[in-house]
Design a protein around this ligand. Structure first.
Ligand code: GDP
Ligand code: K
Ligand code: MG
Length: 313
């Protein structure tokens, strides 16, 4: 190692945050293409996804985790367990918060969860595109105060203040993200590439296909449907330059099946067209997609079903 030359660094970064703060959006922004689906609905992310970002200086393996929240059923419990599990195994934790809102009680819950973690913690104040320049100082101050342990009213016998660095970013526009990547890279240990330099994710293509279909279901249906939906990819056939995909959307009740199919099949066609366009972008070629809908009562409470659909416990 010649003097003055920085070593290559590599390692794992866990993305932790409440639902909807923009974890999946940030991941896509950082790796420069869609690897995680996003939506305004909480609990969109079900799988533990590794996204890979390689720069000349470092390789970051980013773990997208489901948002931390109070579990209500078996799927919910697995989501929280997955997020907690990620914290113990990584080199750096990136705590993402909605920086367009002042720090709140939910943020305090996660700070306490992370207080004793071994890895260094960085905090990204996301959604800065929504904040006027005049409000930025004020919002950042509320997070600094949260980390310091409550500001003026702090209990003198309370836990010591935390000196986690704050990084204002916009996952949507990319503002601030190169500074964030530099800070995270510097916090990784020296090490070799863990994945090929051109890899962007560890996710099998079929799982991404299923996720792109689920994303369209989330964007076109209302409350009663989204959380009851799973997608299974039944067949993928490479047909010359064209990829043919047969997939089934699983729902829990026949009323949901009716909503998904829609009048004269219109809703299912809209979902299918949207998913096909996304797949053609991601896989850079023409796609033929055929969608079916099937009622499987209680799939969310069945451990076997969850495993089959790829939700690793
Ligand atoms: P996750 O649940 O933490 O993975 O959040 P998502 O990435 O799914 O994002 C939740 C919602 O916030 C989506 O509607 C995103 O478009 C939106 N969002 C994420 N990041 C930003 C940002 O930097 N600025 C703005 N304005 N919206 C964002
Ligand atoms: K979301
Ligand atoms: Mg997500």
């Amino acid at each position: 190692q010649p003097d003055g030359v920085e070593p290559f660094r590599s390692g794992f970064v866990a993305l932790i945050g409440r639902p909807n703060v923009g974890k999946s959006t940030l991941l896509n922004q950082l790796v420069g293409q869609k690897v995680a689906i996003t939506s305004p609905i909480a609990q969109t992310t079900r799988n533990r996804l590794r996204a890979i970002l390689t720069t000349p200086q470092a390789q970051l393996v980013l773990l997208d985790t489901p948002g931390i929240h109070k579990p209500h059923h078996l799927l919910g419990e697995r989501l929280v367990k997955t997020a907690r599990g990620a914290i113990g195994e990584v080199d750096v934790v990136l705590l993402l918060v909605d920086g367009s809102q002042p720090a709140g009680r939910g943020d305090g819950f996660i700070v306490e969860l992370l207080r004793h973690c071994r890895a260094p913690v960085h905090v990204a104040l996301n959604k800065h595109d929504l904040v006027s320049p005049e409000r930025r100082q004020e919002l950042a101050a509320s997070y600094r105060e949260l980390l310091a342990g409550g500001g003026q009213d702090a209990d003198p016998g309370g836990p010591p203040p935390l000196d986690w660095p704050l990084h204002p970013v916009s996952a949507l526009t990319g503002a601030g993200t190169s500074e964030l990547v530099q800070a995270l890279s510097a916090a990784l240990p020296p090490g070799p590439h863990l994945y090929p330099a051109d890899a962007v994710s560890d996710q099998p293509e079929q799982l991404l296909m299923a996720e792109l279909i689920r994303e369209q279901v989330l964007s076109h249906t209302r409350e009663e449907v989204p959380h009851s939906v799973a997608v299974s990819i039944d067949r993928v056939v490479e047909d010359g330059p064209r990829t043919a995909v047969l997939a089934t959307v699983l729902v829990e009740r026949s009323s949901q099946k009716g909503i998904l199919i829609g009048k004269g099949g219109r809703m299912l066609r809209t979902i299918g067209q949207g998913a096909r366009l996304q797949m053609e972008k991601v896989f850079a070629g023409p796609v033929y997609l055929e969608l079916f809908v099937k009622v499987v009562p209680g799939w969310r409470r069945s451990a076997a079903r969850l495993a089959e659909l790829g939700y690793r416990g």
